[in-house]
Design a protein around this ligand. Structure first.
Ligand code: GAL
Length: 437
């Protein structure tokens, strides 16, 4: 596959790609950066790149900002809109290549390996040893945070991706019941459609389509099959009959989605549930922050159930921050304080309450967390014990950015094709993944 024509996903980070991106972005206008008032400028400051710009996400970012400011560390907000972080990554590449990276950036999953390999990231072993990260963090998480055995990032949260969000009033209006399997999902969707209610709200980004696809894949393949396909990249699993069935079920979903021709953020799709314009949304639990911000209690007024057919399973997305190499002592101290702060129990509690996720530390008191978070925590622990946790494809946790881009291309082409052929798509998937490895 020609990587430079990969339309679906733009996280690929080869050095060449970084330089090309840098020269292109020299022609683009820069991000809006709100500098603190010079008169009150604290001595230490961190410039933090992130893509938490939806209503609920902003609240979570403010928790981090507040925790640092309490410790007299100034916050220079480097927020780049766009769920999933694709635009943020493009801007980060240009800043890094021009020798002016921010202090900290929201980087996660396999991107950490790719940035680590390019030599940009600060080694966090000293903070990690002092705070005992190896003991505090579940191994599945600490392993993601390390490049060649050394910590290069600090995890903030655990998001569960395989959720279905439901407006119960609309379901009731259509005489439909809460689905727990693919078949009962299709039955509910059909009733909603008959009642002239949009069954599923879905935003327009490729990553949102892949979020839906990965939940269908988990339902059809189960955790072992999902892992064999998307983590081990087993060609037989990628092209075999079970994968053909994944595409078949995925295609069946389309008739229940009002596929958008104009840009629609994931948060706009969440708002459609709140406003009664659509009944259901497949989305990670960052959507909770949005529902709360719009005045609907998640777990009560907007229901959370595992994506149909994935009861008891857990697709994870782990947000983390990495730090870029800076030479002055004040910057380094500020970075270390930020890394250390993120893993304190108090921060973990407050931040995750706002973000909709659960803490990465297992010793944090969950009193006051809603029923969706409590269910997420139980499911995470159970899947951890059973070794059935699966990484999110759409969030860059399952594979390198090259393989991820190949999957995005096949899935989104299929989703938008007028003559979608499930068998052909499964074969294309195996071929595209093979050439991207
Ligand atoms: C993900 C990120 C989440 C959430 C989401 C939508 O990539 O990990 O924390 O912010 O994007 O913006």
């Amino acid at each position: 596959m020609n990587k430079s024509f990969s339309a679906g996903c733009n996280r690929s980070l080869s050095l060449a790609a970084v330089f090309i991106t840098a020269s292109i972005s020299a022609f683009m206008s820069g991000p809006a950066i709100s500098a603190p008032d010079a008169a009150q400028q604290p001595e230490q400051e961190v410039e933090v790149l992130h893509w938490w710009t939806a209503k609920g996400e902003i609240k979570a970012a403010e928790v981090l900002q507040g925790s640092l400011e309490q410790q007299h560390i100034g916050w220079k907000n480097f927020a780049i809109a766009g769920g999933g972080g694709e635009s943020a990554m493009t801007v980060l590449k240009s800043r890094a290549v021009s020798g002016n990276p921010p202090s900290a950036a929201q980087l996660k999953g396999y991107d950490l390996q790719e940035w680590g390999m390019l030599g940009f990231l600060t080694n966090l072993d000293a903070v990690a040893n002092t705070q005992g990260w190896d003991q505090l963090l579940p191994p599945v998480i600490s392993q993601i945070m390390k490049y060649q055995g050394h910590y290069v990032a600090v995890p903030v949260n655990i998001h569960r991706v395989n959720w279905l969000w439901i407006n119960p009033e609309l379901l009731e209006k259509a005489g439909a019941t809460v689905p727990d399997s693919l078949e009962s999902f299709f039955a509910a969707a059909e009733k909603l459609k008959q009642a002239n209610i949009v069954p599923v709200a879905l935003g327009s980004d490729p990553w949102q389509e892949v979020t839906l696809f990965e939940s269908v894949a988990l339902a059809v393949l189960g955790p072992q099959g999902y892992r064999r396909a998307f983590v081990d990249l087993d060609p037989d699993m990628l092209s075999g009959e079970p994968m053909v069935d994944v595409f078949r079920q995925f295609e069946r979903m389309r008739q229940y989605i009002d596929v958008k021709t104009k840009a629609l953020e994931w948060s706009d799709a969440s708002a459609m549930l709140v406003e009664g314009k659509a009944a259901m949304q497949f989305m990670g639990d960052w959507a909770k922050g949005e529902f709360s911000a719009l005045g609907k209690a998640p777990g009560q007024e907007i229901l959370c159930v595992p994506a149909p057919g994935t009861q008891g399973f857990f697709t994870y997305n782990i947000d983390s921050f990495a730090f870029f190499k800076h030479s002055d002592d004040l910057s380094i101290q500020a970075q270390e304080t930020m890394a250390q702060t993120i893993l304190t129990p108090a921060f973990q509690r407050e931040f995750n309450l706002a973000k909709g996720s659960i803490p990465v530390r297992t010793d944090v008191d969950l009193t006051g967390f809603d029923t969706c978070s409590l269910a997420s925590s139980t499911a995470f622990q159970l899947n951890q014990q059973n070794k059935t946790l699966v990484p999110s494809i759409s969030q860059g946790l399952a594979s390198t950015s090259y393989v991820q881009a190949a999957i995005f291309d096949v899935v989104t082409d299929f989703f938008h094709s007028k003559q979608a052929d499930p068998e052909k798509a499964a074969n294309q998937l195996a071929r595209a993944v093979k050439s991207a490895r």
